[in-house]
Design a protein around this ligand. Sequence first.
Ligand code: PGA
Length: 237
Amino acid sequence: MSNHIKTELKIETINDLGALYDRAFNVVKNALDKGSKNFGLATGGTMLPLYDRIRNSDLDFTQCKSVNLDEYVGLPKAHPESYIAFMKQQLFHDKPFKKSNLPNGEAVDPHAEAARYEMLLQQMTLDFQLLGIGENGHIGFNEPGTPFDSETHVVELEESTRIANARFFNSLNEVPTEAITMGISSIMRAKQILLIAVGEKKRPALEALLKGEVTEEIPVTILKKHPNVIVLTDLVI
Ligand code: PGA
């Protein structure tokens, strides 16, 4: 595939993390002010300072719906590291949406649950999608090698992903091995995407996005083909 793709990525390099997250907050606020109704949300350490700002703001999402990217399979909803628990604690408790959706990681049949979630996504247009980036270039839990046309599916997490997330658990053994993730095609259907990539560990993945070719081996590179992406980073690439 060609290296010379005309990208619509708007890259903003902001060294100061406080200023970077202030900017991220303003991107969300602008989307809301301009009438965005359906928000795709993300979990992970990257989002904490943003959700902190939103919690402490006067933004009102009670007329909006949210859809989260992913959820661990088999982790009880009450477990503090389930993504439903994360979202309640970090956002929904203080900033409720009219309706919030996450995949049900406790479903008896995760594949049927993935199909249900995909139906839901097909019936709505995401005005805005918030994204972090994995060290291996994953978006959501779409690990390297995931087809770009993927829909919501059950994924076996890469060892590197489990190791990266082990910091949130008591041990690596506790990190689930599977997740349900929104597919890359749903992410790409969002009208606007805000990607936040902070810290040296994200440099290889971000470099691949900004300088590499579009390849399923590094899922984030698909964003080069999206017409409206803002990338906020503290990394000079
Ligand atoms: P992190 O995760 O924000 O905890 O680094 C991001 C991701 O894996 O997508």
